[in-house]
Design a protein around this ligand. Sequence first.
Ligand SMILES: Cc1cc2nc3c(=O)[nH]c(=O)nc-3n(C[C@H](O)[C@H](O)[C@H](O)COP(=O)(O)OP(=O)(O)OC[C@H]3O[C@@H](n4cnc5c(N)ncnc54)[C@H](O)[C@@H]3O)c2cc1C
Length: 526
Amino acid sequence: MYRMHTDALVVGSGIAGLTSALILADAGLEVLLLTSGDDLDDGNSALAQGGIVFRGEEDSPQLLERDILTCGWRYNSVRAVRYLARRGPQVVQEILLDRLHLPFDRKNDDTGYHLGREGGHSVPRILHMADYTGRGIMEGLMAAVRACPSIKILARRTAVDLLTSHHHATLLEFKYQLADQCLGAYVLNEISGEVETILADFTVLATGGCGRLFLHTSNTRSCIGSALAMASRAFAKVMNVEYIQFHPTTLFHRAERRLLITEALRGEGARLVNASGEPFMQRYDPRADLAPRDIVTRAILAEMLKTEQDCVYLDVANYVKDLEKHFPTVYQGCLDLGIDITRTAIPVVPAAHYFCGGVLTDNAGRTTLDRLYAAGECACTGLHGANRLASTSTLECLLWGYSAGHDIARRAGKKSASLSRRLLDSIPDWVSPGCNRNEDPALIAQDWATIRNTMWNYVGINRSSSRLKRAFEDLRELNKHLHDFYRETPLSKAIVDLFHGCQAAYTITIAAMQNRRSLGCHNRLD
Ligand SMILES: Cc1cc2nc3c(=O)[nH]c(=O)nc-3n(C[C@H](O)[C@H](O)[C@H](O)COP(=O)(O)OP(=O)(O)OC[C@H]3O[C@@H](n4cnc5c(N)ncnc54)[C@H](O)[C@@H]3O)c2cc1C
């Protein structure tokens, strides 16, 4: 059985996880970096198109703060918003520009960066590399992380459960201590099939979002809310989990993951039109095509209902020039599916896109469970409130990954930082459950279909008491069933993912039921 102890365990290798690993290694800590994918870039980070918030020419921290608060319906943590508005651009400068020298697009006359603008932003302030910004940032961070000898990368490892002194220590003296603490995680090694015990003085959750819980989504496979499931089981506080942002414009096509049609296109002038070719957004909001995402999403649904069509269209051909050059991802992605966007309007529908809530943290990334941190999309820093402002999430990943890294480094320098040998020795290795049942792919596929359809239809863009009650009952039943199954079946990645996904879906549904007030991207019909 593989068992080890490290200074810091980072679970997840998107922008948040890589940034925290880098800062921890800078401080001289031994870091274990896990990804459940084959490589570091399997999460949503590599898909980010629009870019990362920086500072505009006519910009100020106060203006950025105001835009974030307006978009979040003032349900944000002012402390977190202020922190990002002031500190965020400085960290972009320090890490992405001065350290990694990333080639963000510059103006034609080379007098500075070409800054993009998206819905909800008062000024252009978004750094980008054409429309493959996430890929560009990930390439830079991955190269830096791979060059650090003190970061050990473990791929195809899925965290199963967080280890805590209250839940796992076998010696009573640790259970009687008032404060619980995180001691690392049990991790499934997909290659050997074994569950490994990874003990860590500090653990950072950076597992990304939960879009895959919904039938239609822009997210990658890994986004199933596993941090939400693990943190809830360990009794760390989670918050705002009912606030799921639906992106208004993803390609309407038969594909497992919906291609995102970036909002930056509307920032450049593209317009949403209905099946008759009529622009309709000004009928729903004075900000028209650049209204915040929750408003545009609901307007599209209303227009689809009114026109009895399965989608609306984004007219880029008549409004945006040089599409091949400035939006190569969208251009090529559509062309691969037979749509030439320089000639035809793009058929679009909303899809689950971003998780505004998650594991509650402060500005240093600390959670309510000692020694556990969270950063990136799996965290609820309070930045987004009831809805996220476009392109603030990559900056949140960078800033909170950075802040968590620095906070741990500060604590690691203190005498009390290392966990005692006695406590570590009292953590047992994973005991394999019975082998009574075999994993049946048909059952797993059906359970996922249940979760994703339930979440889309009952816990989706428009929610009501009766829909949520139905979702609650169905997911409670499935959760109970999976719990029994989990206890009797040898672990595999498919089973762990299903278990995490079902628990995350159930937690989101309960939060949506309890919150009767429509706000931002939580929309109640009753
Ligand atoms: C199509 C698309 C376009 C976007 N465009 C933008 C944009 O332009 N600007 C912007 O600000 N935001 C954008 N976003 C959102 C942004 O990309 C994400 O919020 C952000 O990248 C999330 O980064 P992360 O580090 O939190 O997680 P991710 O990058 O999703 O990484 C999660 C990591 O966790 C790992 N993982 C998950 N579960 C486990 C587990 N149990 N054990 C071990 N590892 C695990 C995965 O393998 C993965 O490595 C976009 C999102 C999408 C989907």
